[in-house]
Design a protein around this ligand. Structure first.
Ligand SMILES: Cc1cc2nc3c(=O)[nH]c(=O)nc-3n(C[C@H](O)[C@H](O)[C@H](O)COP(=O)(O)OP(=O)(O)OC[C@H]3O[C@@H](n4cnc5c(N)ncnc54)[C@H](O)[C@@H]3O)c2cc1C
Ligand code: FES
Length: 387
């Protein structure tokens, strides 16, 4: 089953920085229900490119809790096809084809009570982060720390919006802007210097690979439990003219004739048809595990391999660390041995809200002891607001 696209009109184009534009999208009344979303989710756009149709994910920087107009922010990537095309050509009144919003990079609804929230963004990674920030401010009483890294002051996206949020929520939102041009690349010490209560806080990270690696590593070394860390990787799919499927290798793989998939709290048995992905087989069996791009780059279909082995055609959405933990993408996975195969689509990932839920009980007692949270970053944080 392939992703369904709907025509949306571009109602406004906002030049955020020389390298980044926001596009507001008008959702027709008939699609409003389908386009309901949670802060932090993304949609997939499909655009014609020579004889192909290319797809790319873009996170929504708008906040559904504030009923803001659907908005994506697209930053140019050097040599990139779609990001440059959109910045150069897409204008108000044009239409684009977009999927309904999807994704697991969302706030855990069970953590509204008070756990501090740490948001780490670099460059265009601010798009889902600013949506999470607005949502957390609007719907919770959590204290929030945002660390936002950029090349320089000119490249800060949504700077005035963030400055306004900080001004509106003194004592609750602390913002540290980091500029590579003046401060050098972000270092582990910069991350460590803002951490506090890291045993009960939650952490969201989005930005270029090296930035995310640095923050993830620092949190890991600080003893932060992986279930409290959510990451969103901005990667492109392999375009049709760049895709490479190793059909010879795939044909040589052994496979069981069925596999088990935990979904919505139940284990389901799914017949396996050779050559098909696990997602395709699950769909053939009438199941609907979460998925979006079906190309290995959005991460929506992550599942944990409990037993057995899988071969993934591509896995851009996963880090080496994810793979080492046994995380696989259902849309890219085929069985790689005849031994029994069991995957867990529910609680696999530290990025899935359901996984965080399961760890919430463990944290509840620590949260109770935490009591009223004293927000004491002012002395250590440099709050630099952008005008
Ligand atoms: C869940 C998700 C959310 C995202 N949200 C956002 C967002 O909010 N804002 C945003 O700006 N981006 C976002 N992205 C990233 C976005 O989807 C694109 O990856 C990005 O815009 C680059 O696309 P592009 O077509 O411009 O570049 P591409 O054409 O995909 O190229 C990317 C880079 O790879 C190189 N490249 C690619 N293939 C080859 C090849 N075969 N040989 C040599 N070089 C190659 C290109 O030269 C270029 O440097 C998100 C991605 C995901 C998965
Ligand atoms: S559906 Fe996007 S990675 Fe599988």
């Amino acid at each position: 089953m392939s992703v369904a696209f709907h025509e949306l009109e571009v109602s406004a184009v906002i030049r955020e920085t020389p390298e980044c534009s926001s596009f507001e999208l008008r959702v027709p009344a008939a699609l409003e229900e389908a386009f309901r979303y949670r802060a932090g989710q993304h949609l997939t756009v499909a655009l014609p490119w020579e004889e192909f149709e290319l797809t790319r994910c873009y996170s929504l920087s708008s906040c559904p809790d504030l009923r803001e107009t659907l908005k994506i922010g697209v930053k140019r990537v050097a040599g990139g096809r779609i990001s440059n095309w959109m910045n150069d050509n897409l204008k108000a009144g044009d239409s684009i084809m977009a999927s309904v919003p999807e994704g697991r990079f969302v706030l855990d609804p069970d953590t509204r009570s008070g756990a501090p929230l740490f948001l780490f963004a670099a460059g265009s990674g601010i798009t889902p982060i600013v949506a999470l920030l607005k949502s957390a401010l609007a719907t919770t009483k959590r204290s929030i720390t945002l660390l936002y890294a950029n090349q320089d002051e000119r490249s800060v996206i949504y700077g005035s919006e963030i400055a306004q949020l900080a001004a509106d929520h003194p004592g609750r939102l602390a913002v540290r802007l980091h500029f590579d041009a003046t401060n050098g690349y972000l270092e582990q010490g910069d991350v460590r210097s803002i951490l506090h209560h890291s045993d009960i806080a939650e952490f969201y990270i989005c930005g270029p690979g090296p930035f995310m690696e640095l923050v993830e590593k620092t949190l890991e070394e600080a003893g932060v439990h992986e279930e409290l860390v959510y990451v969103e990787r901005f990667v492109s799919p392999a375009d049709p003219d760049r895709v490479h499927t190793d059909s010879v290798h795939e044909a040589s793989l052994e496979s069981p004739d069925r596999f088990s998939l935990w979904l919505d709290g139940r284990s389901r048995t799914v017949p396996y048809v050779k050559g098909k992905t696990l997602l395709e087989c699950a769909q053939d069996a009438g199941l609907q595990p979460a998925h979006s791009c079906e190309s290995g780059y959005c991460g929506s279909c992550m599942a944990h391999v409990n037993t057995g082995k899988v071969y993934m055609r591509t896995h851009e959405a996963l880090s080496d660390r994810d793979i080492a933990r046994g995380v696989a993408l259902l849309c890219q996975s085929l069985p790689a041995s005849s031994e029994p195969l069991e995957l867990d689509s529910d609680s696999t990932s530290f990025r899935a809200a359901s996984a965080v839920k399961s760890s919430y009980g463990k944290r509840a007692s620590r949260l109770a002891a935490f009591g009223a949270f004293a927000f004491m970053i002012a002395g250590t944080l440099i709050l630099r607001l952008v005008d």
